[in-house]
Design a protein around this ligand. Structure first.
Ligand SMILES: CC(C)(COP(=O)(O)OP(=O)(O)OC[C@H]1O[C@@H](n2cnc3c(N)ncnc32)[C@H](O)[C@@H]1OP(=O)(O)O)[C@@H](O)C(=O)NCCC(=O)NCCS
Length: 196
């Protein structure tokens, strides 16, 4: 198995894994096509990065992060405004999705003073490969990439109902910070990781 920075050719597989494994996430509701654009933008952004675990030329897990979500979101919408608009248009009849898009944009533009700006945005490993320490290895590489960018702490926001994910962060050195709700109906836990 190899842990490395993702390239453009990996976007489709990453989107597939996100779609399958982060089922309850709001980005999922926008579909695989949107996820593909989202991860492609990350690979090409100076404000975000994406790491994959690869086995036999297939992506089996990934972790994504941003050093400045506000800037990354602006870049994303500048580049994909038209494509995203078409996707949003298809979903316009779902008030719930519309509300969540608005809440997410609002969240990405808000910065809490006592929280790091850098963030782990998503992590997932294909179900058959879970429980083998792959996410831990992805996290190690993620931390070393943050270090290279002179970042000394980052946050992660995770739905409190995601038991495995909460357990993973707690066991891997993240400290609980507070509770928040990006989307009003889904309470989340915020953790902070301090790089020593
Ligand atoms: C959260 C998630 C990424 C963890 O992935 P994972 O690869 O199974 O995680 P790890 O294998 O590193 O750790 C999980 C367990 O495997 C154990 N493990 C098994 N073999 C191991 C090995 N060789 N080395 C290290 N740990 C090992 C770990 O100790 C840990 O056990 P524990 O929970 O009892 O402490 C995964 O469950 C997932 O994809 N969930 C769905 C997506 C999601 O909810 N993402 C978070 C929101 S963005």
């Amino acid at each position: 198995m190899e842990i490395k920075l993702a390239s453009e050719k990996d976007c489709f597989q990453i989107a597939e894994i996100h779609f399958k494994e982060i089922k309850h996430g709001f980005l999922n509701q926008l579909g695989k096509e949107f996820l593909g654009y989202f991860y492609s933008a990350m690979i090409n952004s100076p404000n975000a990065f994406l790491i994959i675990a690869e086995e036999n030329n297939s992506v089996i897990g990934f972790v994504s992060g941003s050093t400045n979500l506000k800037k990354f979101c602006k870049e994303f919408f500048r580049k994909y405004i038209f494509k995203s608009f078409l996707i949003f248009l298809k979903k316009i009849f779902s008030f719930d999705i519309f509300k969540k898009v608005f809440e997410t944009i609002k969240y990405s533009q808000k910065e809490k003073k006592d929280l790091p700006r850098s963030e782990l945005l998503s992590i997932a490993v294909i179900q058959d490969f879970q429980g083998r320490g792959i996410a831990r290895k992805l996290l190690e590489k993620f931390i070393s990439e943050m270090k290279k960018k002179n970042i000394n702490s980052f946050k992660v926001i995770v739905g409190e109902n995601l038991i495995q994910a909460n357990k993973f962060y707690q066991k891997n050195g993240f400290e609980f910070h507070s509770k928040d709700a990006v989307h009003k109906d889904t309470p989340s836990n915020i953790y902070v990781y301090k790089i020593v």
